[in-house]
Structure formats: structure tokens, C-alpha cells
Design a protein around this ligand. Structure first.
Ligand SMILES: Cc1ncc(COP(=O)(O)O)c(C=O)c1O
Length: 392
């Protein structure tokens, strides 16, 4: 019998200091806005994860620990079964979170002033990390054509050929435009980077969340040469809604770079075990599969709802996603400047979503909507948008 999961259950996220509901969701008149911003889910984590954490809590002693023996095999088993990637256990390093690994990679494998390529519109923290590490942002914008974003390989070649460019931050699948990059795309990107000595940092945190007909290809599986010329940042945080547990993995196939990472982890003392993160991650990878499949299919149902409702709102266009629970909406037909658009969405539609401009200039006039929420709440939010646009 199929297990039942209740993604319609409303959970008050204000009971904890959730970023999504603490930030930006009170309207100017104190009204509750629809919290469609921060990239996490409004769903309770899988029951096996909750059980594992409860059991760990009941033990009652939280002295220093080492990483549990079962954790890395749980990760390698998951990646092999789900995504066909045989990760060599020795290549895995624990990390506190994915962004920490990106920042460390920039710091370890490039010099101040070196260029790091990003492909906007892309997750805004990439640009922050590059700036905060004193590196230069090199933008190779994606190209939007016929409602779909693609990589600009000629632009990429030009960026990579600049001798000051040393690294590329890859977002696979791509937040916010929802592309699940094909093996061909990744192979082309990998070849350009190798030819020009550009090291690839693959952020694959959204890899588990892909829609029917689209499969995530880990960059490191494209070829052995690409694996060696890259690190991959993985985490169950998005897939199982456990971001606040703070746990991630960095896969570093090249031995020299792995040793550099280990030394830096040691210098910064970010190599301690978090008891709750470890048991949560192990349980998620071992027993969370059915929950994840059900969650993705619920999110696909939410996507279908948005598509159907937007039929009646021709001023707003959805860039159809292939994965992630983040929708990239094109509001440019409304003809509003970015600040006016934000104000309109907040005060008229009751929406608190992420401004497109946050993802780079290419995001002007767009917005990112998170649909990993209860369907009834999403429907209500769409009522708000519909009414606000009809009233204009
Ligand atoms: C592409 C991408 N990378 C990284 C993160 C954050 O990961 P972490 O919390 O593990 O640093 C996010 C969260 O939104 C994301 O979308």
C-alpha cells in the first residue's frame, strides 16, 4: 500500500524563527503576505527523519562525537540508486552547508582579483560570495528564447578564455530558472572550462527535485576529466526540508585539492559532528525516498495549478521549470519598474516573493515564487494576484 503523506497540513512556521515568515511577510498595513520567498518547504520533514532525531534526543548525551559510520554509505547509496553516481567514499568531505563549500573553494583555489563565472539570473549568494572573497564577478548571462533559458556557450568561451578567469560556479539544476541541465550542456561547459583552466564548483543542492521527463545529471558523472576538474556541493537540505539542521557534503575527486580542503576545514575547525544533522541526513537518505517522491509530485500538482491559473492572467508568464520548487515569473508585461513591481505585488496582490533583480540585471521585471507550500494557500495567493491585476 502506498504511504500517505499530508502535504496539505498547515504548520505555523511563526512558532520558530523561520526566515521565510520572519522576513518581509508583514504588509505595510500589518496584513499577512503570502510567504513565497526563501527557498525551503512549508512541509514537515519525513517521519523517519523526525523519528531518528527524537531517538537521538532521547539518548540525552550530546558530548563530542565523530561522524556516524552509516552516514557516508547512506549518501553514496542514495546518489548511486537515484542518480547513477558512484561516489568514491574517500572523496567525500563533510561541510556545514553548501555555501560554505563554495566560499572555501573560491578562497582556496583562486587568488584575490581572479574572475569567477556565474550565469545569471542565478542564485544571488553566488555574487555575494565572490565579492566577499575579493574575487571578480564574471557574468555570462543565460539566454531566454521561446520561453526557455539556455547557456550561452560562445559567451562562456569568451569569459573562460580571459586568463584572469579561474573558476565557474555552476548551478545544476538552476535556481531560479528551473533548468535541469542535460549531459550535453554539462559536457560542453566542462570542455570549455578544462580547455581554459577554469575550475568548476558544481552546486547541486536542487538535484533531487526534478519533474517528470527530466533527470538530474551530476556534473562529475559527465567524464573523469570533468570530475577531476571540479568539486560538487551536495546536501539533503532542500530535498527533505532540513536546511536548519545545517549539514552538507563536498565531493573533491582531486587529491591535492581534497587535502587543501581538509587542511582548511581543520584550520577553521569546521570538522565537528553535529549529532542532529547527522542522524537527520542519514535517515533522510536511507528512508526518505517515498516522502521525497510524494513531495515532488505534490509540487508538480502546485505547478499545474499555477499554469492553469495563469491562463486567466496573461500579463504574467511562467518560465516552465524542469525541476526545483522555485518558479521564475515574468511580470514585464505589467510595465512596472522593479520597485513599483515589488510594491504592487506586496500591497495589491499580497505577495512577498523574491525580487528578480536580486538574481542579477537579467532578472529585472521577474520574480521568484516558491511553490513548496500548501496548495490551498497557493491558490489563495493566486486569487490575490488575479484580483490585483484585474483591478489595474
Ligand atoms: C542553489 C543554492 N545553493 C545553495 C543554497 C543554500 O545552501 P546551504 O543552506 O546549504 O548553504 C541554496 C538555498 O536557497 C540554493 O538555492
Amino acid at each position: 500500500m502506498a504511504e500517505a503523506f499530508d502535504f496539505d497540513e498547515v504548520i505555523n512556521r511563526r512558532e520558530v524563527p523561520a526566515l521565510k515568515t520572519h522576513r518581509m511577510v508583514l504588509g505595510e498595513d500589518g496584513m499577512d503576505l503570502f510567504p513565497g520567498g526563501v527557498a525551503d518547504m512549508d512541509f514537515r520533514a519525513p517521519q523517519p527523519v523526525l523519528d531518528a532525531m527524537t531517538q537521538r534526543l532521547a539518548h540525552g548525551v550530546f558530548g563530542y562525537e565523530t561522524v556516524p559510520d552509516g552516514l557516508l554509505p547512506a549518501l553514496t547509496g542514495w546518489m548511486k540508486d537515484r542518480h547513477g553516481w558512484n561516489i568514491v567514499p574517500d572523496h567525500i568531505l563533510r561541510a556545514p552547508n553548501v555555501l560554505n563549500s563554495l566560499s572555501m573553494a573560491a578562497n582556496l583555489f583562486t587568488n584575490p582579483g581572479d574572475g569567477i563565472i556565474v550565469q545569471p539570473p542565478v542564485f544571488f549568494d553566488f555574487a555575494d560570495i565572490i565579492a566577499e572573497n575579493g574575487r571578480c564577478l564574471v557574468e555570462n548571462p543565460l539566454v531566454l528564447s521561446a520561453g526557455k533559458y539556455d547557456m550561452d556557450f560562445e559567451g562562456l568561451e569568451a569569459c573562460a578564455a580571459d586568463p584572469r578567469t579561474k573558476m565557474l560556479f555552476l548551478c545544476n539544476p538552476h535556481n531560479p530558472v528551473g533548468r535541469v541541465w542535460s549531459k550535453e550542456d554539462l559536457a560542453r561547459l566542462g570542455a570549455i572550462c578544462r580547455q581554459h583552466g577554469v575550475f568548476v564548483v558544481a552546486d547541486e543542492i536542487h538535484g533531487d527535485i526534478t519533474f517528470s521527463g527530466h533527470a538530474y545529471t551530476p556534473f562529475a558523472t559527465v567524464s573523469e576529466a570533468d570530475a577531476i576538474n571540479s568539486i560538487t556541493c551536495l546536501s539533503p537540505a532542500k530535498s527533505f526540508n532540513i536546511a536548519a539542521c545545517c549539514g552538507a557534503f563536498t565531493i573533491v575527486p582531486d587529491e591535492g585539492r581534497r587535502n587543501a580542503f581538509k587542511a582548511e576545514n581543520s584550520r577553521l575547525t569546521v570538522n565537528k559532528n553535529n549529532a542532529f544533522a547527522s542522524v537527520a541526513m542519514e535517515a533522510a537518505y536511507r528512508q526518505g525516498g517515498p516522502w521525497l517522491d510524494a513531495a515532488v509530485s505534490y509540487i508538480e500538482g502546485n505547478l499545474a495549478l499555477v499554469l492553469a491559473r495563469l491562463n486567466d492572467i496573461p500579463e504574467v508568464t511562467l518560465i516552465t521549470p524542469e525541476g526545483t520548487f522555485l518558479l521564475w515569473l515574468d511580470f514585464r508585461a505589467l510595465g512596472l519598474a522593479q520597485d513599483d513591481l515589488t510594491r504592487f505585488l506586496r500591497t495589491e496582490a499580497g505577495w512577498a516573493i523574491t525580487r528578480g533583480i536580486a538574481f542579477g540585471e537579467a532578472g529585472k521585471g521577474f520574480g521568484r515564487l516558491n511553490i513548496a507550500c500548501q496548495r490551498a494557500r497557493l491558490d489563495q495567493a493566486l486569487d490575490g494576484l488575479d484580483a490585483a491585476i484585474s483591478k489595474r
